[in-house]
Ligand binder design. Structure first.
Ligand code: ADP
Length: 484
């Protein structure tokens, strides 16, 4: 059992309609620490029936929640934010134990996750409509914004807290209740958030957490006509399936799906800054984020220098149990993830890539993997088209701007991209030509609650964070006022 300052943050129950409960049939699933293989605890394996109860409770709680003033909702979200920060050490430890990321990254994520409650709480007060110029003398046109209704969210394991608050905060701020299914691999961070929701005064039914059977919960969330909106973060394959399942009841959907981020280093770039950005973008969370650089394109004039400096920086990364001091890279989430990295390396080397760093499982065992750098990578290798989701930096060589823009866009994904350049004309041209929802120019880190996060192409629909993120939880109503 983890050594928490407040042990009550570790809950081994589902949270439905303001009550902590077991699965109806008593089934449970174990949650494992990827760094040690130890079982951290058990959570209920809930399914369709428990999810239906949570949805019905949300529907019952909705009228009172939407009637609260924005200021009242904001005050509750503010308290939830403050409680997260007060309990940041415990939340970060729980996250590291179930997910594996270094404690410093977990602390960063807790602060980032909490920021959505603060930001959307403040923004709740600024949800406003419009009066439009009327073509009629005796009628006026008023546009209001209303909460979309009962929402459902399905979230992944790579950001066990932030992917939840990014959905829950705008939902609650807009006046919607929400039912959450966290990843089966990281439910404790979600349940700890529910403990704090209760303490912050979120009314029962407004936020429920159903851990358990992904398919059964997903089918109920998508099939139940009470649910008006589904927000999902995860793989493109599952997103596609959920969108299909939402079609019969025409739900509003927001999807944050896979990426295949390009990271381009032009000849005129500040190479040291580019190396720093590549390390941050590639090796953060052991490469397990959907905005991690997946394909690193380096212009031929600076290729060797960049490769040399990247290898030197990678050599300084400390791999270990994320709970230990000074660790930069924890284990991958599970064995399957390690096999994918190995497959990408083997495929690339088989087709002529060169291994400059890492390449193997780490001596620590379990799912630890060495930070890896490959050079002479080409478009026919798996790493060019598939998201590795691991600590592997493949370096492609290119000659011209036009060539690299075409290469960067040669993917069905379009989430994030990065490039390093100094020429102002090139900066604009490339930023405009890249087909992604987000572009980092001379930076490898772009996420913040104040900016719209989301993708184009098969990377998803909708935006999270910022006022655009609030829009996803609102519907527009046009009122035609006659009889004037
Ligand atoms: P990842 O590869 O990041 O694990 P997934 O898309 O498999 O991505 O998982 C993201 C979330 O989707 C998790 O909460 C997982 O339990 C859930 N999930 C997976 N399959 C389904 C499904 N068929 N229906 C509903 N949710 C699902």
């Amino acid at each position: 059992m983890p050594n928490l300052k407040d042990p009550s943050l570790l809950r081994q129950h589902a949270y439905i309609d303001g009550a902590w409960c077991d699965a109806d049939d008593g089934a449970t699933v174990a949650v494992t620490n990827p760094a040690t293989g130890e079982t951290l605890g058990l959570v209920p394996h809930t399914g369709a029936l428990e999810t239906r109860r949570a949805i019905e409770a949300a529907n019952a709680a909705w009228p009172a929640w939407r009637k609260k003033s924005a200021k009242e909702r904001a005050a509750i979200l503010r308290r939830w934010h403050d409680l997260m920060l007060e309990n940041a050490d415990d939340l970060a430890l729980l996250m590291t134990l179930e997910q594996g990321k270094p404690l410093a990254e977990s602390k960063g994520e807790v602060a980032y996750a909490a920021s959505f409650f603060e930001w959307f709480g403040e923004e709740a007060k600024r949800i406003s409509g419009e009066t439009l110029a009327s073509p009629w003398g005796d009628r006026r046109i008023v546009v209001t914004k209303e909460p979309v209704g009962v929402c459902a969210a399905i979230t992944p394991w790579n950001f066990p807290s932030a992917m939840i608050t990014r959905k829950v905060a705008p939902a609650l701020a807009a006046g919607c209740p929400i039912v959450l299914k966290p990843s089966e691999l990281t439910p404790f961070s979600a349940l700890a958030l529910a403990v704090l929701a209760e303490r912050a005064g979120v009314p029962k039914g407004v936020f429920s957490v159903v851990p358990g059977d992904a398919k059964a919960i997903g089918s109920e969330m998508t099939g139940n006509p009470i649910v008006r909106k589904l927000s999902f973060t995860g793989s493109t394959a599952v997103g596609r399936l959920l969108m299909e399942q939402c079609a019969p009841t025409i739900k509003k959907v927001s999807l944050e799906l896979g990426g295949n981020a390009s990271f381009i280093v032009f000849d005129d770039a500040d190479i040291d800054a580019a190396v720093e950005g590549a390390i941050a973008s590639k090796y953060r969370n052991a490469g397990q984020t959907c905005v991690c650089a997946n394909r690193i394109y380096v212009q031929e004039g600076v290729y060797d220098e960049f490769a040399r400096k990247l290898v030197a920086a990678v050599g300084k990364l400390k791999v270990g149990n994320g709970a230990d001091e000074g660790v930069n890279q924890g284990p991958l989430i599970e064995e399957k993830a390690v096999r994918k990295v190995e497959q990408h390396i083997e495929d690339a080397i088989g087709k002529g890539a060169r291994l400059l760093a890492g390449g193997k499982r780490h001596e620590l065992g379990h799912s630890f993997f060495q930070p890896t750098v490959l050079t002479e990578v080409t478009s026919d290798m798996l790493v060019a088209t598939e998201e590795t989701f691991g600590p592997l930096a493949p370096l492609f060589r290119f000659k011209t701007e036009e060539e690299v823009v075409n290469l960067a866009n040669a993917t069905e994904f379009g989430l994030a991209s990065y490039f390093y350049a100094r020429d102002i004309g090139r900066v604009w041209r490339v930023a405009e030509a890249i087909e992604t929802g987000m572009v980092g120019v001379n930076t490898g880190l772009i996420s913040t609650e104040v900016a719209p996060f989301g993708g184009v192409k098969q990377s998803g629909l909708g935006r999270e964070g910022s006022t655009y993120g609030m829009d996803d939880y609102l519907v527009v109503k046009y009122i035609c006022m006659g009889g004037i």
